[in-house]
Design a protein around this ligand. Structure first.
Ligand SMILES: [Zn+2]
Length: 281
């Protein structure tokens, strides 16, 4: 399977693998500019059924691709009727995660960023298998699009092992899917697998939905020793300090950045949901 080609025509290679290996009944994807014909011929080559449809006027067209003849239409109809549980099932998402997503969307707690909400539901250490922080699937609807276009994020937008929003960062079903995805990726595209892992197995400090830093680091109590920060949508002063520093001390009201013992910069935390440290190592 030429996964580089699959990626080049705008499909997500790990999702395509899951579809081909019967873990995902339907693959849903936007229609990448100029690649519609390529995707159609790919489907023909692999004997896949597809439907290309717009389900809502505000959206671009989407591809629904499946190994089963009836499923692309079923997925499209479910989406059009806003039958979210059915669409979740067809896309291979765990029921616990679909329910928790719907709950979040209908409740007032949706003012809390989705990542922070998911983290608050996590008991114990978060699992990198469930880390979907670089991926915007399902998290981007109320977001300023400029944040999504951040270069560092765009470079890694397909760095994930699950394509849904987990109900927590150690949801068992999501870890199962992530484990399977990683195993398949290691077989079929080992280089991409290690690239993805090096983005996901990090300490994240999250300020808002698409405003965070991902560090190669180790946490010891309130301190993170780090290198190689990936800075996404933080103020330039903060970004500069993070790149100069190698140590962070987190407090209740502030996050301090140090270079060894020298303090460089302090970030004030607006509240408990701002500057949340998540250990995905
Ligand atoms: Zn779940």
């Amino acid at each position: 399977m030429d996964l580089k080609f699959i990626s080049a025509i705008g499909l997500n290679p790990q999702e395509f693998l899951l579809l081909m290996k019967d873990t995902k009944p339907v693959l849903r994807s936007g229609v990448p500019p100029g690649n519609s014909k390529n995707i159609e011929s790919l489907c023909k080559e692999f004997g896949l059924y597809f439907l290309k449809k717009r389900f809502d006027d505000s959206m671009d067209k989407q591809f629904y691709i499946s190994k089963s003849r009836g499923l692309p239409r079923k997925a499209y109809e479910a989406e059009r009727q806003e039958n979210k549980k059915e669409i979740g099932r067809l896309l291979g998402y765990p029921e616990c995660c679909v329910n928790s997503f719907l709950n979040y969307r209908t409740k007032s707690n949706s003012k809390i960023p989705m990542i922070i909400h998911t983290f608050s539901k996590t008991k114990g250490k978060p699992s990198f298998y469930t880390n979907n922080i670089f991926n915007s699937n399902g998290r981007s609807s109320n977001i300023n699009q400029k944040l999504l276009r951040n270069k560092e994020r765009l470079k890694r937008h397909n760095h994930f092992l699950i394509s849904h929003i987990p109900c927590s960062y150690n949801c068992k079903k999501s870890i199962e899917i992530g484990t399977r995805t990683l195993r398949l990726m290691k077989q079929e595209m080992p280089e991409f697998a290690s690239e993805v892992l090096s983005s996901l197995r990090r300490v994240f400090i999250v300020f808002d939905e698409f405003e965070f830093v991902a560090l190669r680091g180790k946490i010891n109590k309130n301190e993170v020793r780090y290198s190689d920060p990936i800075v996404v949508n933080l103020e330039s002063k903060t970004e500069k300090a993070l790149k100069q520093g190698n140590r962070i001390v987190r407090g209740k009201d502030k996050i301090e950045i140090f270079k060894d013992k020298t303090p460089i910069y302090t970030i004030k935390r607006k509240d408990e949901n701002h500057g949340v440290v998540m250990d995905f190592t």
